[in-house]
Write a protein that binds this ligand. Structure first.
Ligand code: SIN
Length: 508
């Protein structure tokens, strides 16, 4: 039996920022189901957005974030994000974190989609996440225990408070770990789809655990597809950062047409949902889409990770074959500014959390920023609570509602890609919902006693949550595009009002 002050599930940037701050005053243990570097944060290429440029200011970053999010964002949290972000980043720089600089020694700022300014700080060219997380691993060394290969499979809730987690280690042994505060920082849902930028281990575990425990979740239909996954023979090989388009690369189809021309005023640098949909549309017409990197100067220096990836797969042509892939979930566990959830003692931060800052579609490079800002705010909130709540036993595991026959992971990915992908509609979502519900059976409960079973149960649960949310939202907005409701409710209302006015004018 293990007791500590704070348990964190996950080892991405938000987890590390919170752990670092908390460990100055409390004992902190991080549990991760894989290795500590197996996170989306570690793989993040583009960078971290912050209004630090000479002609930039937080209000411009605020405006761009809101516009990309279709104004569905929680504006006070966006304000906290963009106002506090630069300060936290400057602190990290002062402590030794190194971002790339230009020849004059100033921080080099990149450009990405939907940003009106160059405001993306990057490190190692295109391995910003790796540089940032390694810096944080270094700075928590000796102060925070990291338990790798131990998967959290359920939350322990007693008398309305989260007291701990149930875990399974790499030998299949079950443990109960208790703490005064539990932080879920377990990432998103990318691996529910056949094409994804995410690490394989990102299977919606945090969402599913939270759902089983009755924690409030929100906006799960908003799934972001990154437009440019490098791919070959139907297999995704890795991400090609949006920063590449920021340096001049252009999307073309196999007849050489610039596909974003005339689609959106921002062209290739429109928000991700717009670009991903256009690529998808081209593919539906039987056309292949390529990212033409020939306009990018010094590609191999500026983007060494992507360059290496292309070399590994023998891609010498400047035309990189690309396809959209699941990248980020805008919805998640509903949290307040300090990461607090609807269950006392439980906090959430990073992609698993809904802070509302991303609205219906996250703008580029705001996810590492969210990790830094809300990681801090969550740690501060926990420190403010004091240490009065001591964890208690005993444990009464909640019954599960899945049949012993679970689908293969590949089958879940195929179904999600086909019916809850870049485009959705009532018919497809209903097929998907019915298929997922075949695996629900309260009379044949499956117990979460192996990691593989737990992952499959979590994948079915998260898939079902996304599907039912997508069925409920009868409009298109940001990352949720319904072919049977192709406009947003706001647009639809505006059109209706205009029509009514025209009709009235015609009568008069
Ligand atoms: C990218 O480099 O294109 C991804 C960065 C992000 O998701 O913000």
């Amino acid at each position: 039996m293990l007791y500590t002050d704070v348990i964190i599930v996950g080892s991405g940037l938000a987890a590390l920022v919170a752990a670092r701050q908390l460990s100055k005053h409390k004992n902190v243990i991080i549990f991760t189901k894989s290795t500590k570097t197996a996170s989306n944060s570690y793989m993040a290429q583009g960078g971290i957005a912050a209004a630090i440029g000479e002609n930039d200011d937080w209000s411009s970053h605020f405006h761009d974030t809101m516009a990309a999010g279709c104004h569905y964002n929680k504006s006070d949290h966006v304000r906290a994000l963009v106002q506090q972000g630069p300060e936290y980043i400057e602190q990290l720089i002062a402590e030794g974190l190194e971002f790339d600089r230009d020849t004059d020694g100033r921080i080099a700022l990149g450009k990405e989609g939907a940003h009106s300014q160059r405001r993306i700080l990057h490190a190692g060219g295109d391995c910003t996440g790796k540089v940032m997380t390694e810096f944080l691993f270094q700075s928590i060394q000796g102060n925070v225990t990291i338990k790798e290969q131990e998967m959290a499979v359920d939350l322990v809730i007693e008398r309305g408070r989260c007291r701990g987690i149930k875990t399974i280690d790499e030998n299949g042994a079950v443990h109960y770990r208790f703490a005064s505060s539990i932080i879920l920082a377990s990432g998103g849902i990318g691996s529910l789809y056949s094409q994804t930028s995410n690490h394989d281990s990102v299977t919606g575990d945090g969402l599913a655990m939270a759902y089983r425990a009755g924690v409030e979740l929100v906006d799960l239909e908003f799934v972001q597809f990154h437009p440019t996954m490098l791919w070959k023979d139907g297999e995704v090989l890795g991400l090609v950062s949006e920063a590449v388009r920021g340096e001049g690369a252009i999307l073309v189809n196999d007849s050489g047409r610039k596909i974003m021309e005339g689609v959106h005023p921002l062209g290739d640098l429109a928000a991700r949902d717009v670009v991903a949909r256009e690529i998808f549309k081209q593919q539906q017409q039987g056309l292949d889409v390529y990212l033409d990197i020939s306009p990018v100067s010094y590609f191999s220096n500026r983007f060494p990770t992507i360059h290496k990836l292309c070399q590994e797969y023998g891609m010498d042509s400047p035309l990189l074959p690309v396809t959209p892939g699941a990248h980020f979930l805008m919805g998640g566990i509903k949290t307040g500014r300090g990461g607090e959830t609807s269950i006392p003692g439980l906090y959430a931060v990073g992609e698993v959390a809904w802070t509302g800052v991303h609205g219906a579609n996250r703008i580029a490079s705001n996810s590492l920023l969210e990790g830094v800002v809300f990681g801090h705010l969550t740690a501060e909130k926990i420190l403010d609570q004091g240490s009065s709540q001591r964890a208690e036993i005993p444990v009464r595991p909640r019954p599960q509602v899945f049949t012993g026959m679970l689908p293969e992971k590949q089958a879940i990915r195929r179904m999600m890609t086909a019916y809850a992908g870049v485009e959705r509609n009532q018919r497809g979502l209903s097929i998907l919902k019915n298929w997922l519900e075949c695996y629900f059976n309260p009379h044949l409960p499956v117990s979460l006693d192996s990691r593989d079973t737990a992952e499959k149960v979590n994948m079915v649960t998260a898939a079902w949550l996304i599907t039912t949310s997508a069925l409920t939202r009868m409009e298109s907005r940001g990352g949720h595009y319904r072919t049977d409701f192709p406009v947003s409710r706001t647009e639809w209302n505006n059109k209706r009002i205009i029509r009514q006015m025209q009709e009235q004018a015609a009568v008069m």
